[in-house]
Design a protein around this ligand. Sequence first.
Ligand code: ADP
Ligand code: ADP
Length: 227
Amino acid sequence: MIEARGLGKTYETLEHRSVHALSDASFTVRDGEFVSIVGPSGCGKSTLLKIMAGLLPSTAGTLHLAGRTVTGPSPEIGVVFQRPLLLPWRTILQNVLFPAEIRGVPPSHIRDRASSLLDLVGLGGVESRYPHELSGGMQQRAAIVRALVQDPTLLLMDEPFGALDALTRERMNVETLRIWDAQRKTVVFVTHSIGEAVFLSDRVLVMTPQPGRIARVVAIDLARPRT
Ligand code: ADP
Ligand code: ADP
């Protein structure tokens, strides 16, 4: 599904400094696998995820998704960030339909899928509510539905529950596995918590910060408790 070979990223800052954020990242993610990426703050996790999302060009290496080179954002790739980024003047249903809408997909084509996904995550009753009427956990569940609505082959999540309280976060982790069991997506999940990564994943890629902020990616096989 995902083949990364020697991926690297050097940012050029406005002051003409080079920041080596990611270096020589090589790994494979199999179809239907749940993989977490862990590492301390600043080691390049978000950079790697944005490259995988097609939101940021790499400066070294190659990245293939299902045999094709990733060249930009696509409906094949759903992304969830730490903040739900819902549009406040749109209802929950209008929000989850929005990315498809701006791609020109008629809402009627995905309306049923959106509703059944909202049901799956327990938001069936609040489709026509506005984001501010929902709790943080509910908003983040809406963001997950928005990422899944176009039936992507890959779901990328960047610290998706990092802004939630501990109890809500644990519930969301259990919820994530339930969604994963129901949808069978390939998932790449970025977190700074090893506990969370072990709880969720089939495999964990550990990123190691080095002098010059160059990170290495190491794959470890771990057994995840499964339902
Ligand atoms: P993490 O997600 O692991 O916290 P990031 O990928 O956000 O790490 O950042 C990796 C490194 O790249 C950090 O040193 C960060 O300061 C730097 N960085 C991130 N984005 C930019 C940018 N747009 N310009 C310059 N440096 C950046
Ligand atoms: P940290 O690494 O942040 O200090 P832990 O390793 O204790 O904290 O756990 C991190 C997160 O992993 C928890 O907040 C929770 O989201 C998740 N987690 C761990 N075990 C479980 C579990 N049994 N059920 C649900 N979530 C869990």
